[in-house]
Design a protein around this ligand. Structure first.
Ligand code: NAD
Length: 309
């Protein structure tokens, strides 16, 4: 049984990755400090360690005990707005935390690391759409800077120590287990609507994002573990631009909500439009998302209604 350690395995994306790993017969270890992750997300067939990636001793002892072959690194500070409010915390978690994970990998002979990065925040305001992996990098917020900076360390540990790697840069991920407190648009709108409260739209709502359903993503990552593509960094998204106003309209349709949204000022540091080019992942890794946006949004709404309203 191949042993895989998932950092952030109690979180939104990490917990779905853990579920697919277990379904596919992997032996799974989780490291998570439960800062945004939840106990109820933890698969009972995985071994869970409450540990903080910013504490090298803490995570090293888990690595030394478990000796994983593969690491999927999904622990991070993920909130763009929080990264603007507290860039030091963001950098400590996303840069130093990743270096600690890499050090623990190096000292314990991990063969491969899969790093979960951002496609939405690493490129900055797009010079062209869809944005491919060769697009210039001008992140507008500390979150994009910290996530991208850590990519260099992942690459350096490959060059220096031979730890193989894949990096996936996601569009906006949505789906069940997304915590509305993280304030991502699909879940916060679902939360407000499920409670019959009026959602707030920043700016005119015409801003667009590229959404990727969490189960499509998690299954794909698990299926990529054994692959050795020529490139190592891939955008992952649906390649479809969906506006905030469209999301609100679809949710009104799904839920029967009757009111209009409230508009307030746009947030500085947030890009206007983004859509990722995923041709590289399609050709090299067979990326083909299955879930259409309305179906995924319905699942998201049902989850939030059941768990948070
Ligand atoms: P999440 O907040 O649900 O998951 C992050 C997990 O990491 C949580 O369980 C949290 O408790 C844990 N964590 C945070 N700091 C930690 C620390 N210091 N030590 C140990 N554990 C810690 O967020 P998510 O959306 O599941 O994000 C997972 C990964 O995907 C992150 O790397 C994020 O940057 C990336 N990503 C997410 C999105 C998205 O739309 N959700 C988009 C692009 C990239």
């Amino acid at each position: 049984m191949v042993k895989v350690l998932v950092t952030g395995g109690a979180g939104f994306i990490g917990s779905h990755i853990v579920d697919f790993l277990i379904l596919n017969g992997y032996d799974v270890v989780i490291i998570d400090n439960l800062s945004t992750g939840k106990e109820k997300n933890i698969n009972s067939r995985a071994r869970f360690y409450l540990a903080d990636i910013t504490n090298l001793d803490e995570i090293e002892s888990v690595f030394a005990k478990e000796k994983p072959e593969i690491v999927i690194h999904a622990a991070a500070q993920v909130m763009l707005r929080k990264s603007i409010e507290d860039p030091v915390y963001d950098a400590r978690t996303n840069i130093f935390g990743t270096i600690n994970v890499l050090e623990a990998c190096r000292k314990n002979n991990v063969k491969k690391i899969i790093y979960t990065s951002t496609g939405g925040a690493r490129y900055g305001e797009p010079e062209y759409i869809p944005v491919d992996e060769k697009h210039s990098l001008k992140p507008l917020a500390p979150y994009g800077i910290s996530k991208h900076t850590a990519e260099h360390y992942v690459h350096a540990y490959f060059k220096i120590y031979g730890i193989d790697y894949l990096i996936f840069c996601f569009g906006n991920v949505y789906g069940p287990r997304d915590d509305p407190n993280c304030k991502r648009v699909t879940s916060i709108f679902s939360y407000m609507i499920a409670r019959n409260e009026v959602p707030v739209i920043f700016g005119d709502g015409g801003q667009t994002r590229d959404f990727i359903y969490v189960l499509d993503l998690a299954e794909f990552i698990v299926n990529s573990i054994d692959k050795n593509p020529i490139q190592r960094l891939f955008n992952l998204a649906n390649g479809e631009q969906i506006s905030v106003n469209e999301i609100f309209s679809l949710l009104k349709e799904i839920s029967g909500f009757e009111y209009d949204a409230k508009h307030i000022d746009a947030i500085p540091g947030e890009i206007r439009d983004i859509c990722l080019d995923t041709k590289l992942a399609q050709t090299e890794l067979g990326w083909k998302p299955k879930t259409d946006f309305k179906t995924g949004l319905r699942e998201t709404f049902e989850f939030i209604k059941e768990n948070y309203s």
